[in-house]
Design a protein. Structure first.
Length: 423
């Protein structure tokens, strides 16, 4: 199916003439934005004329419903957008998540250009195509505040990360792409650690317990996502304890690194997950020490570990992982923690919530933290267009406000995002 690139200047002009854009004439919103600029040190950069001019930022997300109505106010006057779903639809999901992300970046770097792109559900190749398109359009930054745990091995590896690393570059050249992503909100619904074989052959979450209870949040779909290094092979099995029936099972294919079981919960249903060796796999010693990750989307997990819960794409070396802290500077309980992969994760944290013009106002979670880092990076690149992603990362690290314990830690990274005064 042919995909279309949509230019929006005439539509944006018409909407601005006929109807006031959301977010205009709201003094309280302007006041909140001003606080955000001061908190991050971006006010001094804007006052010095550093506003992100010449920098293009690709916002890759799954929710852009109603985005045209924010052009010229909460968003730039023009935005280049492209859908990478199989149906070529850009506003299928009833979500403004990506609009909110774009608004935060625009508030911090108002002269930066924004590109919007989505991808197809379960279609990792469409995510890579979206990044490819952004690079072709001249993007220097990629900002992503959506997680897809099973598109990775949980440690920054796997074929999708490999494709992105080739596309985005090593980070040593000014022509390479800098990726910034939310760490994820899965610290309370994730487990990682070595496989411990119980009496029934399944993993023991606790001594003698090989079933890990899942509590769905409601009627929304629950996704049970398993990932691990490709040299190991496990299976995941979900049961409805109320009816003693199997909901689903999946096995990681040989050489693969992830799989998932997805289901719509029944009213009053009680569920549990078991992880075992793939069929036909004997239990050699390597399985007794090999680690795996299990993440639940749409529900809670009884036995959970925050450690190593940073999810795709933020677990990859090509992305900066950004977690969330509250107003007192403490990590939000849901904010995913490292370590994951070869780089220290997360790299930074940002204070949430932030206020946006979209309905509801308050924007929270690590989703609201990542675009803060993207906006600051856009300011840096606008002032130093010859800098490589590595140099931008280092400038952000040097300026971050360390949070105890001293130095990098797996909960708050190098510290709270902040820009040093412009040079």
């Amino acid at each position: 199916m042919t995909r279309r690139t949509v230019w929006l200047l005439p539509i944006a002009f018409l909407s601005l003439v006929l109807t006031p854009s959301p977010g205009r004439d709201r003094p309280e919103l302007a006041a909140e934005r001003a606080k955000l600029l001061v908190r991050l040190g971006a006010d001094r950069w804007q006052a010095a004329g550093a506003r992100g001019r010449g920098v293009k930022v690709l916002v890759i997300d799954s929710g852009f419903r109603g985005w045209r109505g924010y052009l010229g106010a909460a968003l730039p006057s023009t935005v280049l957008a492209k859908a990478f779903r199989a149906d070529a639809s850009f506003e299928t999901r009833d979500s403004m998540h990506g609009v909110r992300c774009g608004e935060v970046i625009h508030a911090l770097a108002p002269d930066a250009e924004l590109l919007f792109a989505n991808w197809g559900p379960g279609d990792a190749d469409s995510f890579v195509r979206a990044v490819t398109w952004g690079k072709e359009q001249g993007a220097r930054l990629i900002s992503c505040s959506v997680i897809m745990p099973c598109w990775s091995d949980g440690e920054g590896g796997g074929p999708i990360h490999a494709a992105l690393a080739r596309l985005m570059g090593s980070g040593d050249s000014a022509g390479d792409l800098l990726g910034i992503a939310c760490a994820g909100n899965t610290a309370q619904r994730h487990w990682s650690g070595p496989f411990r074989r119980g009496a029934d052959g399944n993993h023991e979450w606790a001594p003698g317990q090989t079933a890990n209870a899942i509590t769905p949040w409601g009627e929304e779909r629950v996704s049970v996502e398993l990932c691990h290094p490709p040299q190991n092979n496990y299976s995941v099995h979900v049961v409805n304890l109320s009816t003693a029936t199997e909901v689903g099972r999946a096995t990681v294919e040989a050489g693969g690194c992830s799989t998932a079981v997805r289901f719509l919960p029944a009213a009053g249903g009680r569920y549990a997950v078991r992880v075992g060796l793939a069929p036909g796999v004997s239990p050699p010693a390597k399985y007794e020490s090999a680690s795996f990750h299990l993440a639940i989307l749409g529900g809670w997990l009884e036995h959970a570990t925050a450690r190593g819960s940073v999810a795709f794409p933020a677990d990859g070396a090509e992305f900066v992982a950004v977690g969330a802290v509250n107003g007192s500077g403490r990590r939000a309980a849901y904010s995913s923690c490292g370590p994951n992969g070869s780089r220290p994760k997360p790299e930074f944290v940002a204070e949430v919530p932030v206020w946006t013009a979209a309905p509801g106002g308050s924007f929270s979670g690590t989703s609201a933290a990542a675009p803060q880092a993207s906006g600051l990076a856009a300011l840096i690149l606008g002032r130093h267009p010859d800098w490589s992603p590595r140099k931008v990362r280092e400038a952000m690290r040097q300026a971050a406000v360390d949070i105890e314990p001293p130095g990098h830690d797996a909960e708050t990274g190098y510290g709270l995002l902040r820009l040093a005064p412009p040079d």
